[in-house]
Design a protein around this ligand. Structure first.
Ligand SMILES: Cc1ncc(COP(=O)(O)O)c(C=O)c1O
Length: 539
């Protein structure tokens, strides 16, 4: 892959083509077939505002800029050469459909601290994407806890070790009754996969005489993981590029769209899914959903949405699974778990990403009754690394840091500040910022043109933020038109302001160049039409 030749002057050449690739979309480099409708960013020149204080300071604070010109040039040349070698090796030996952030100009990040990432030349980037490094990149306390355990002992869970029970008890204390029994896995996908096995066991045990096949329900545009089962319940994948479409035993509830006032009744959505399952000869065993729909575009569910929905699902015999892999562990600020915002108690809660701050650990928590139902089949549950000795050591350290650094409270305060600043920006650009929504540090900005999704514009803003301000954002939602902000929980007010300034500058650059704005808007329509066609075909 050749790095974009347009990036000659990082301040002025801000809007070069880039196929927008976020996780879940194949990279359109030489190695992977381009996604049919992978959006590209239309070239766009910088406005005068782009040479603002922010970009000027961002440009001058790299360590390379501090060196004498010749040393800086050779350092930059060496860094580019190293990057090209890494890319080449990746291209030769790593699976071709592994996506890169900013694939036409990927970053070679070598270090992380707090909410910042540093490339090989020491250039800092503000990380508004990473909700895995929950308490901050490479938090020394978490790293030390894992290192200490790895140096002493790390085995599977078949020996007695205090850590596993301690961690399970701490998690249970953070959850409402009757959620109290923990199973540990390594990834969020594995946790959701296991949740399905648990739900299926419970359904079969509840009515052994009912021979109908077990069906499952999920919400449109959701992503629940990469195992075969998880792909089946992830419309984000099965309706996405390369997706195989919905399978007959999967029933998809429409995604609520509060901004446009559509699909707001959870109870009605549940009833429809139950009726379809029964009409096709099946019975619903489980309903999976996040409580803020992250890949769906940071969708905040209408008040009471899950309460009515859960009631209907349970009446039909289905177990309700809350996927807290993205939104758990205090991210939503007002609560430790996102489902609490809906006033419901799920039957199973799956968790992952943030719990290990980058160490691979995940799991589920359920009720004693459900766990006993699962165990009653007699099959042992075993995962070599799930609950290995190092995992609880890590998880306990993460929980300590969340508490001691008051990160949930920080998420609430900084999140509220982000929303207020972004809403002020929305008031200045009402035709392109359709909606600003969020809870805590889970924030979404719906980029639109006349209320229609504007994926090309969102991609351009994302690229501008990276190039001119070194602010890393991602896009999500059915049309990749929602800018998603989910930084490490130590994100500060100053960093929030830096992120908002990057977006404000991008929008100013857009307004200053009507020709390029028109080109972007034209692309939006084509991209949205292509996605709609694919969804209709695979849904
Ligand atoms: C909501 C949600 N659930 C589950 C998963 C799967 O987790 P993992 O990638 O750890 O398997 C993800 C990953 O992005 C996710 O966002």
């Amino acid at each position: 892959m050749v790095l974009s030749p347009r990036v000659q002057d990082p301040v002025r050449a801000l809007w070069a083509p880039e196929a927008a690739v976020e996780f879940g979309m194949p990279a359109s480099c030489e190695l992977a077939a381009p996604a049919v409708d992978a959006p590209a960013v239309t070239p766009f020149p910088a406005s005068s505002s782009v040479g603002s204080d922010m970009s000027a300071s961002a440009a001058s604070d790299s360590s390379a800029a501090a060196l004498p010109a010749s040393s800086a040039d050779s350092a930059a040349g060496a860094a580019e050469a190293a990057k090209a070698e890494i890319l080449d090796k990746r291209r030769r030996h790593v699976g071709p459909n592994l996506a890169l952030f900013f694939q036409d100009e990927p970053l070679h990040i070598v270090e992380g601290r707090g909410a910042e990432l540093f490339d090989a030349q020491g250039t800092p980037y503000l990380d508004c994407i990473n909700n895995v490094s929950h308490v901050g990149h490479c938090h020394p306390r978490v790293a030390a806890a894992v290192a200490a355990q790895l140096t002493r002992l790390n085995t599977n869970s078949r020996y007695l070790h205090a850590g596993l029970g301690d961690y399970a008890a701490e998690l249970a204390a953070l959850l409402p009754a009757p959620l109290e029994v923990v199973y540990m896995t390594v990834s969020g996908s594995e946790a959701n996969d296991l949740a399905w096995r648990v739900a299926a066991a419970v359904a079969r045990r509840a009515d052994p005489g009912d021979a109908r096949p077990l069906h499952v329900a999920c919400v449109d545009h959701a992503y629940h993981g990469h195992t075969s089962f998880c792909i089946e319940i992830s419309p984000y994948k099965f309706k996405g590029p390369g997706g195989g479409g919905r399978l007959a035993h999967v029933h998809v509830l429409p995604c609520p769209d509060v901004y446009r006032g559509q699909n707001l009744d959870g109870r009605a959505a549940a009833r429809a899914a139950i009726a379809t399952a029964e009409a096709s000869g099946g019975r619903l065993a489980a309903f999976f959903s996040e409580s803020i729909l992250s890949c769906g575009g940071q969708v905040i569910l209408p008040e009471g949405y899950l309460a009515g929905l859960y009631a209907e699902m349970r009446a039909a015999g289905a177990v309700c699974v809350a996927d807290e892999v993205q939104c758990g562990f205090g991210r939503v600020g007002r609560a430790f778990w996102a489902f609490e915002l809906q006033g419901v108690v799920p039957d199973i809660v799956t968790f992952g990403k943030p719990c290990g701050n980058g160490f691979p650990m995940a799991g589920l928590v359920t009720t004693r009754a459900v766990a006993d139902g699962f165990a009653s089949g007699g099959m042992e549950f075993f995962a070599t690394f799930g609950g290995c000795t190092a995992a609880p050591a890590c998880g306990l350290a993460v929980l300590d840091v969340i508490r001691e650094e008051r990160l949930q409270q920080n998420a609430a305060a900084v999140g509220a500040h982000c929303l207020a600043r972004l809403r002020a920006l929305q008031a200045q650009h009402p035709s392109h910022i359709g909606d600003v929504r969020g809870e805590g540090l889970m924030v979404g900005i719906e980029v639109v043109t006349d209320r229609d999704p504007a994926p090309a514009l969102a991609a351009a803003l994302k690229l501008h933020a990276k190039r001119a301000h070194r602010v890393l954002l991602s896009t999500e939602g059915p049309y990749s038109s929602v800018l998603k902000i989910k930084p490490p929980m130590c994100f500060s007010i100053a960093q929030a302001d830096q992120m908002v300034a990057a977006l404000a500058d991008g929008l100013a650059a857009l307004e200053a160049s009507p020709t390029h704005k028109a080109a972007l808007l034209e692309r939006n329509a084509a991209e949205v039409a292509a996605v709609r066609e694919r969804h209709a075909r695979l849904g």
